[in-house]
Write a protein that binds this ligand. Structure first.
Ligand code: P6P
Length: 325
């Protein structure tokens, strides 16, 4: 009875706009593409929450063959993108090549189906990341050409933080789902338009500080200035907290011994789009990550997202030195 009451109570607390109402007026084919991603993530959330998953395998109650949860998520997303009929090319971090989906499709999608699957067994927040480009190409694009991007969080609640052309800011949608059905609905719960200076930091790839002196100095600065350390090792949750708190900085630098880890096409670019639409800055140490051209699906990049002051500090102290990549 409590769960059944929850959706109504949650709905009362929301801004109330449904996803359909939010998307109304956008390009119908882009709406279909974005809706396919939301539908996929509802299904992925359901599988994660109703199956016994660990790092290696996912046995669910519906007879699906045994699949690692990230491959299951990958399949769900590819199937939904194909069903949308508007996606020309898709590429996934799990299968890093450009796959033709629908000849003549209007958009192409790159996605990380389940980011953080290495921490799913600890029940930390994991997520899906996606970027939508016009046309049929992914390699050769930059983040500047993105028309939509999203971070999906499979946490205590399932949310999507979406940014798209024609909409100011980034927008959080909450999945209202009573779990007894698989037909939850998405309601708009927040709009993010600024990331201000504030003492919250999420320092990734810490081992890079061992042979990247600038990064070591930056960590010392955060400690001396008594920044709050908030880091889980799951990119989507660690970055999304900065939008929700409206302050702080996330970084994942590289060094000669700890190469750049995060994928440009599937993670760094799409999240950079969402963050910059939400008023944050991004940088690979020399400038906005949206200006980096995708040369290969395998490209990786160091990255910093956050307030203007902290991203500038990252560029000044860590920068982008060839020997560090
Ligand atoms: P590190 C998770 O495996 C991931 O790809 C991102 O989600 C996360 O931000 C990063 O790796 C963590 O890297 O080196 O800090 O553990």
């Amino acid at each position: 009875s409590v769960l059944r009451a929850a959706p109504a109570a949650l709905r009362m607390a929301q801004t109330g706009e449904t996803l359909e109402e939010f998307l109304a007026g956008s390009d119908p084919k882009l709406v279909k593409c974005v809706a396919a991603m939301f539908a996929s993530c509802k299904e992925v959330a359901y599988k994660i929450r109703t199956a016994s998953c660990d790092k290696m395998a996912c046995f669910n109650d519906f007879g699906d063959e045994q699949l690692a949860i990230d491959m299951l998520a990958d399949k769900i997303i590819f199937d939904n993108l194909e069903a949308s009929g508007v996606v020309a090319t898709a590429s996934s971090e799990e299968v890093p090549k450009e796959v033709t989906i629908t000849e003549g499709g209007a958009y192409s999608v790159a996605f990380d189906p389940l980011d953080g699957s290495s921490i799913i067994d600890t029940n930390f927040t994991v997520g899906t990341i996606f970027g939508v480009w016009p046309g049929d190409k992914l390699v050769g694009t930059t983040g500047r050409e993105l028309v939509a991007g999203g971070m999906v969080l499979y946490g205590p609640r399932t949310t999507v933080t979406l940014a798209m052309e024609g909409k100011e800011g980034a927008h959080e949608f909450l999945l209202i789902d009573d779990f007894s059905s698989r037909h939850g609905s998405w309601v708009h719960t927040a709009t993010f338009t600024a990331v201000n200076e504030g003492k919250l930091y999420a320092p990734g790839n810490l081992r890079a500080a061992e042979d990247n002196p600038g990064y070591a100095e930056l960590i010392d600065y955060y400690r001396k200035e008594k920044f709050q350390l908030r880091y889980s090792g799951g990119m989507v949750g660690d970055v999304n907290q900065i939008l929700v708190k409206g302050k702080g900085v996330f970084c994942n630098p590289s060094s000669p011994s700890a190469k750049a880890k995060l994928r440009l096409l599937y993670e760094v670019g799409p999240i950079g789009y969402v963050m910059e639409k939400a008023g944050a800055k991004s940088s690979d140490g020399s400038g906005s990550v949206l200006d980096i051209k995708v040369q290969s699906t395998e490209d990786r990049s160091q990255v910093c997202y956050g307030s203007a002051g902290e991203v500038a500090r990252f560029e000044q102290m860590v920068g982008k030195k060839a020997e560090m990549n």
